[in-house]
Design a protein around this ligand. Structure first.
Ligand code: SF4
Length: 351
């Protein structure tokens, strides 16, 4: 069986092309074609001699992602793609065109096992992990989309379907690849990893020496509410997760972001805002408030704007750095998992 070459470090490409008779420096040419020029056919790598291109095609494949479905918000700022791989697994990738650059939200698993009740990605569980190449393929697909406008991806958030720290090795390899000069040459500070709070993996990540931004989903200030929203809290409690966030910020010097999804009648009251401020006062962190995306299957509702504003004010009053996530793409099912769930109900034929 041919080996997939996409998603390998340049040194790994060197190691597999030299035994079939290619010079080591060819790995630089191949990685430039794949990662920087978006060329996924060996025959089109025209600075390699034809016999070498044929040798490559006989021994290797370049497995990337294929578009299954795309939706664009009416203001054209948000594009949501359903991308599929050769085994038929489909995942969602979102492009958000923001004033400070183009951000891409990538998936790290096909579905998710974590069971957060507000999240559509977990309704069918996790089918499998994505490889580093499959995560990278999402970013490169978007780069090709942006090319006609002479733009590229500026920021990556690993916040789509899946718990990235449950797919640790592939996700870390993806992050390192994005930083390589021969790949995206992206600063680590332009990458954010979002986790539901897998404490041992947060500590492991802190030790990697990657100054990426860590975003931790908190969503509640007490263990009883958090356990109802996020079953992972049975394993890693509120205080354990915040202690891990502190260790991360201490080791990396980076401010941790705590995500707090506001759900009407569950965690959006003034008392919750005060508890959150008390919990985080003095910690090197920001809070990102996210009015919940309605999940019809779970009966969860978004609080009114006035409630969101009051929650924010309470945090500001208590000197907690806070932002409210701007809603983008609500007219195109931009909440993670919704598009894939629709496709599972109704197979699309335009693959
Ligand atoms: S919020 Fe994240 S960790 Fe929780 S179920 Fe959804 S994808 Fe998984």
């Amino acid at each position: 069986m041919k080996k997939n070459i996409f998603g390998l470090y340049r040194e790994e490409i060197e190691a597999i092309i030299t035994p079939i008779g290619l010079e080591r420096y060819r790995a630089a040419q191949i990685s430039e074609w794949m990662y920087q020029r978006g060329v996924y056919c060996f025959q089109d790598m025209t600075n390699l001699p034809l016999p070498k291109r044929m040798l490559l095609a006989q021994n290797f494949t370049i497995d990337t992602a294929h578009l299954k479905l795309e939706q664009h918000s009416s203001d054209k700022k948000t594009s949501k793609l359903l991308l599929a791989f050769d085994d038929g697994a489909a995942i969602e990738t979102v492009l958000m065109r923001q004033p400070y650059g183009n951000s891409v939200c990538v998936s790290s698993q096909v579905g998710c096992n974590m069971g957060c009740i507000f999240c559509a990605s977990t309704l069918h569980g996790a089918a499998r992990n994505l490889s580093a190449g499959e995560i990278l393929a999402q970013v490169l697909y978007i780069n090709q989309m942006l090319k006609p406008d002479d733009m590229t991806v500026n920021n990556i958030v690993i916040m789509g379907s899946g718990e990235p720290l449950n797919n640790y090795d592939h996700v870390v390899k993806f992050i390192r690849l994005c930083h390589q000069e021969y790949c995206l040459n992206l600063s680590y500070r332009s990458i954010t990893l979002s986790t539901c709070g897998i404490v041992p993996a947060i500590d492991r990540l802190a030790a990697e020496g990657l100054p990426i931004t860590l975003s931790i989903s908190l969503h509640a200030t007490d263990d009883s509410t958090r356990t109802k929203l996020m079953p992972v809290n049975r394993q890693y409690s509120v205080s354990e997760v915040i202690a891990a966030g502190d260790r991360y910020s201490k080791t990396t010097g980076r401010r941790v972001t705590y995500e707090y999804t506001l759900i009407a009648g569950i965690n959006d009251g003034p008392v919750h805002a005060k508890q959150l401020a008390d919990l985080l006062r003095g910690h090197l962190c920001n809070v990102n408030l996210i009015p919940v995306n309605n999940v019809p299957e779970r009966g969860l509702h978004r609080p009114p704007l006035s409630t969101v504003a009051q929650f924010e004010q309470t945090l500001l009053h208590n000197k907690i750095n806070v932002t409210v996530r701007k809603e983008m793409g609500s007219d195109i099912q931009a909440a993670c998992g919704q598009l894939r769930n629709e496709s599972l109900k109704k197979p699309y034929i335009n693959r």
